[in-house]
Design a protein around this ligand. Structure first.
Ligand code: SAH
Ligand code: SF4
Ligand code: F3S
Length: 464
């Protein structure tokens, strides 16, 4: 799941303070990393601001997953350079840092083409950011740190001190050893590594003490989680989720992104048995053609996926399913694409993301001579997205008239409205009192809008 938009975070502005502005692109793991970089710099006196123009440090946290990632970075850096130059004219210095997956993959190139960039740091080394900033203040020049260090950054990150509300991300697993033919992640994020259970529990407790009610556990292969448990044995995701469920105040747990190969029976059973585990699963399948799945090195067939979904639906009949699809992977024929459409029609998704295959240098698929024509990719994407959109509407329509618990997290767009998410991750708003924000309450869904649902409160009583 990717967010190519711009996410910024602000706290209160204070005069004569030092300011930090972070721009985040990419997946939820980048959002988590950006928050952790803010946590690292707050103790050094940096206040987070939404206004790039007043920032002493500008961090661009980048994504490398699809086309033009690098060009997009250079174009944004051009904008940041203007800010740096304008501030320099007023005698103020500005430090520009490029972080994330483009930094990891093309750090040297970034420094070469953008000499005004001060620091380049990869996803596994940002715990060294304070040290790098101190070094930069002592000497001029450029610093790059895109190691895959032996130490884990998690051992060096401070406990979170601030949150943006009632929901939070928590990275429990990083990296990937699966090497799908099309994907840069194993190269940018490094080898798969799970955090120990105790360190995750400590972070989750801290988040809940700050008022968090819903945690989304993150990992590139989150369901491959196998961290060291308090008993010294390896724990899986189901065990971890069960333990997290005992934390006071934590009423909702989600996890993303999962791989079909790691969807084991204990996790499926947890969807049946754990009320805190939300009935929503993002399980990317990429293609419905066995030939393409094999070329992609996904390690499962389309029927394996169908059987998994059958088991999940037996365990939790109302589970909402989400997925990722790639159309036009090298070698994908019209027949293969039909198989994808057949799978989509067999499963029916509550929502899904779909992309045109984008060649990424360094990956196996990029050098295939069987690249699919752009016009063909466009046509396939359009056909797929039309069906996925209908399926999403159908799913949402099924919730009309139903009573659903909503975790209210913020005010709605119109005055008097409050908004939040259903267990199925649908955006819902109602006319209701502000004092329900931060709580779960039951509503009746009565209207289907383009990107959300609306309803009415049926119980004044909070359920959390
Ligand atoms: N770990 C997750 C996916 C991470 S990347 C998984 O295994 O499913 C998020 C999504 O981006 C992928 O699921 C895939 O659909 C898409 N993606 C990755 N590389 C891509 C590429 N080269 N071209 C197009 N889409 C890509
Ligand atoms: Fe990329 Fe495949 Fe790893 Fe997912 S499982 S991160 S798609 S290589
Ligand atoms: Fe992008 Fe890196 Fe996430 S490439 S999708 S930011 S792991």
């Amino acid at each position: 799941m990717c967010n190519d938009g711009l996410i910024t975070t602000a706290t209160n502005l204070k005069r004569n303070s030092r300011y930090l502005h972070v721009i985040t692109w990419g997946c939820q793991m980048n959002v988590y990393d950006s928050n952790r970089m803010m946590d690292l710099l707050r103790p050094l006196g940096y206040h987070v601001t939404e206004d790039a123009g007043i920032a002493d440090i500008l961090i661009l946290n980048t994504c490398h997953i699809r086309d033009k990632a690098t060009e997009k970075v250079f174009s944004e850096l051009g904008r940041l350079k203007q800010i740096k130059d304008a501030r320099a004219q007023e005698g103020q210095s500005t430090l520009i840092a490029v972080a994330g997956c483009v930094a990891q993959a093309e750090g040297e190139e970034v420094l070469r083409r953008a000499p005004f960039v001060d620091i380049v740091l990869g996803p596994q080394t940002y715990h060294r950011l304070p040290e790098m900033i101190a070094k930069m203040h002592r000497k001029n020049g450029q610093l790059i740190d895109t190691d895959f260090p032996v130490e884990s950054k998690f051992d060096y990150l401070p406990a979170p001190e601030q949150t943006n509300g009632y929901t939070a991300f928590l990275t429990i697993q990083e990296g990937c050893d699966k090497f799908c033919s099309f994907c840069v992640v194993p190269y940018t994020r490094g080898a798969e590594e799970s955090r120990p259970v105790n360190s995750i529990i400590a972070e989750a407790k801290q988040l809940c003490e700050l008022g968090i009610k819903e945690i989304t556990l993150l990992g590139q292969n989150v369901n491959a989680y196998h961290g060291e448990g308090p008993d010294g044995k390896s724990w899986n995701l189901a065990q971890l989720a069960e333990k997290l469920s005992t934390i006071p105040g934590l009423i909702r747990i989600r996890y993303t992104t999962s791989h079909p190969r790691d969807m084991n029976d204990s996790l499926i059973a947890a969807h049946r048995d754990l009320p805190t585990l939300m009935p929503f699963l993002h399980l990317p399948v990429q293609s419905g053609s066995d030939r393409v799945l094999q070329a992609m090195n996904r390690g499962h067939t389309a029927d394996d996926y169908r059987h998994l979904i059958d088991k999940l639906r037996k365990a939790r009949p109302d589970i909402a399913l989400s997925s990722d699809f790639i159309v036009g992977h090298p070698g994908e024929t019209a027949e293969d694409f039909k198989e994808t459409m057949r799978l989509v029609n067999d499963i029916t998704f509550a929502q899904a993301y779909s992309f045109k295959y984008s060649p990424r240098s360094g990956t196996v698929a990029a050098v295939s001579v069987r690249q699919v024509a752009e016009s063909e990719k466009d046509a396939r994407l359009q056909e797929l997205q039309a069906v996925l959109k209908l399926q999403q509407e159908t799913f949402n329509r099924q919730t009309l008239g139903r009573e659903i618990p909503v975790l209210f997290t913020h005010k709605g767009r119109k005055s008097g409205q409050i908004a939040g998410r259903s267990p199925y991750l649908q955006a819902i708003h109602i006319d209701g009192p502000d004092n329900l924000i931060g709580f779960e309450a039951s509503i009746k869904v009565n209207e289907l809008l383009t990107h959300s649902l609306s309803g009415t409160l049926i119980k004044e009583q909070r359920t959390s």
